[in-house]
Design a protein around this ligand. Structure first.
Ligand SMILES: O=C(O)[C@H](O)COP(=O)(O)O
Length: 406
């Protein structure tokens, strides 16, 4: 038997004034059919009441307790864009963002700029106090940054204030070590230097002329050193693969030892090529024992507060699943279908609202749920579980769980 964890990023929501959510309103005949044929429940990836990042959530969904395995988002982002993260490197997730001359944030995503390849060149390779800056753009406004050199520390704070209208935060050492002091100083110098270079770059001059937000600063966050993670195959005895559009998820996959399958047109936004992803998934189910799939667009729509876009993306994902399930044999594969966290339209950020979860496959105890949404799932046989339970449930269904006791 094989297994797939299918993650609709940012899936869940809170009711609008009419009591609806994008998922509740979306037409999802395939997801509803799978709910009807499967066992259902509610799920919080990390824990009840915990508002997870996609990083900690995906680790938990793969059965890695983030309390043990998570050292920060940075190393996953860096690995996801193909940087070779080595022990001692200190890595960050960065947003290309827009600030005014007082460093007050005007837009955290620089108007969702699409191409930052020219801007990347101005940052990659900078050296400050003998420490090398390695910088690579990721999808859209996203990027990964690594510091490589002697005497660095990840015990420092973030620069990203996480809200527009606030000033870029000064990075501070979080302990009394000389390493943390040095790393914080380097990062503060770097951020100023980057602003000087980016603000007057022709790409940004042109953006300003067109009335678009210039990408004139980077906002580092999620600092961390490389984590020590037991490889997925060693942990479960399964050869696994990952299909995802975004650097973060690819990075998590690489760090746990899942093979990343590159899919043409998989951009991680609402315009991603869902057909290609469906085909890649069908092939991956044949080639591997386990597949992690992340489809990102609903989360982006949630962050932007776009209700209809989120609903549309969910409908597109339903069509994608219809294509996949034409070729899935119930006797061969189990599916766990859910999200990683809710991204409510009203919050424009992640929340701890639980997600609907379906587990579908040959031997599940089918319950009476016949609709996939935030309101119906609790009537199912799984009740309310955590992300860390999903892999053990799948392993048991596949007949691969070790007996606990004699
Ligand atoms: O899309 C992402 O990378 C994150 O989930 C959201 O990050 P942001 O708030 O920095 O856009």
């Amino acid at each position: 038997m094989k297994a797939v964890i299918f993650v609709i990023d940012g899936l869940g929501d809170r009711p609008n004034s009419e009591g609806n959510t994008p998922l509740k309103e979306a037409k999802t005949p395939t997801l509803d059919r799978l709910a009807k044929e499967g066992i259902n429940g509610l799920m919080n990836a990390v824990d009840i009441g915990v508002r997870p990042g996609s990083d900690t959530a995906h680790l938990a969904l793969l059965g890695y307790d983030p309390k043990i395995n998570y050292t920060g988002r940075g190393p996953f982002e860096a690995s996801g864009v193909g940087l070779d993260v080595k022990p001692g490197d200190v890595a960050f997730r960065c947003n290309f963002s827009t600030v005014d001359e007082n460093f007050t944030v005007q837009d955290r995503r620089a108007g969702r700029i699409e191409d930052t390849s020219e801007l990347e060149k101005l940052i990659d390779g900078i050296e400050i106090d003998g420490v090398k800056v390695i910088f690579k753009e990721s999808g859209g406004y996203r990027a990964a940054l690594m510091l490589r050199g002697e005497g660095l520390s990840d015990k420092i704070s973030d620069a990203d204030p996480k809200k527009i209208g606030l000033k870029v935060k000064e990075i501070k050492p979080l302990d009394g070590s000389p390493e943390a002091k040095k790393t914080a100083e380097i990062m503060n110098k770097l951020i100023k230097m980057v602003y000087e270079r980016l603000d007057k770059h022709p790409v940004n001059v042109e953006r300003k002329e067109k009335g678009l937000f210039p990408a004139n600063i980077i906002l580092p966050r999620g600092v961390g050193e490389v984590p020590h993670i037991v490889p997925f195959e060693e942990k479960y005895g399964l050869r696994g693969a990952c299909i995802a559009g975004t650097g973060l998820i690819k990075g998590i996959a690489k760090m746990v030892g899942l093979e990343v399958i590159e899919v043409e047109g998989a951009t991680g936004d609402a315009f991603s090529n869902f057909d290609n992803k469906a085909e890649a998934l069908i092939k991956a189910i044949n080639d591997y024992d386990f597949v992690l799939v992340n489809v990102k667009g609903a989360d982006e729509a949630g962050h932007d507060g776009h209700y209809d876009v989120k609903k549309d993306v969910i409908e597109k994902i339903d069509v994608m699943l219809e294509q996949v399930f034409k070729q899935v044999d119930k006797n061969e594969v189990y599916f766990a279908i859910s999200g990683d966290h809710s991204t409510p339209i009203e919050e424009k950020d992640h929340s701890a609202d639980p997600l609907p979860l379906i587990i579908w496959g040959k031997s599940v105890r089918v319950d009476e749920v016949d609709k996939f949404d935030e309101y119906t799932a609790h009537k199912g046989g799984l009740c309310w579980i955590k992300g860390l339970h999903i892999m053990p449930i799948l392993m048991d269904l596949m007949g691969l769980a070790k007996k606990y006791g004699a």
